[in-house]
Design a protein around this ligand. Structure first.
Ligand SMILES: [Fe+2]
Length: 227
């Protein structure tokens, strides 16, 4: 039977090449940041955005990678047939994550943002990918029919795009994963003995010229301060 995959969540994946020198320089800078701003919940990954380090791309060390990521974000928007010529794009926040043995990040969204990404600066084997949550499981013809126990009891014969409640993307080092900020996601626990380091960011899109548009953020250059 032919089936139609309606309304898919589109997650972009591409690769960015950098020199090993640049990788080391950025990793060392992040490690220094982490040591200077330690976190308390050791079961969770160290995330710079919650430790006062949420403007990473303002640091000159990270400018070249920010420029490379920008090109991939524009490619992603083009894949969605969005005309980026009419938009201004801003990194509103950017930060590093540092994940050691068994640490992870619980499910969350980036509600204040439009587009988010993860770039894997250091990604040892088995150090964990990103999980996307099926926010509304449209094919769930009976409640919980696609839960893991139904698969284990052979009611569901395989997990696939039609019935998956969660999908893991376990990309290689140097990969970038780009997605709508509202997509619920988490990270897989690091099961290697080595550290995973990723760069993340939130991007705001706004119209260059909002004339004639009702529902998209007008350019902040025209906003009026009220305090
Ligand atoms: Fe996130």
């Amino acid at each position: 039977m032919k089936t139609h995959q309606l309304f898919p969540l589109t997650v972009g994946q591409d690769s960015i090449s950098i020199t090993e020198d640049d990788r080391r320089t950025m990793a060392n800078a992040i490690n220094a940041m982490r040591k200077a701003n330690p976190h308390t919940n050791k079961s969770s990954a160290w995330t710079g955005d919650t430790q006062g380090q949420e403007f990473l791309f303002n640091d000159p060390v990270f400018k070249p990678i920010a420029e490379k990521i920008a090109l991939k974000v524009i490619d992603y928007l083009k894949a969605l047939s969005i005309n980026t010529d009419l938009l201004d794009l801003y990194y509103q926040r950017s930060w590093a994550t540092f994940t050691q043995g068994e640490q992870n990040i619980a499910f969350h969204t980036h509600a204040q943002s439009n587009i988010s990404f993860a770039y894997y600066l250091v990604k040892p084997e088995n150090s964990g990918g990103i999980i996307f949550n099926g926010r509304e499981l449209q094919n769930e013809v009976a409640k919980d029919i696609f839960n893991r126990d139904k698969y284990e009891q052979s009611l569901i014969t395989e997990t696939n795009a039609h019935n998956a409640k969660q999908i893991i993307i376990d990309a290689e080092q140097d990969a970038i994963v780009i997605f709508p900020s509202k997509a619920s996601h988490a990270t897989v626990p690091n099961q290697s003995s080595k550290t995973r380091i990723s760069l993340s960011g939130d991007i705001t899109i706004m119209l260059k010229d909002s004339q004639g548009f009702e529902h998209l953020m007008p350019n902040f250059k025209h906003w009026t301060a009220l305090n």
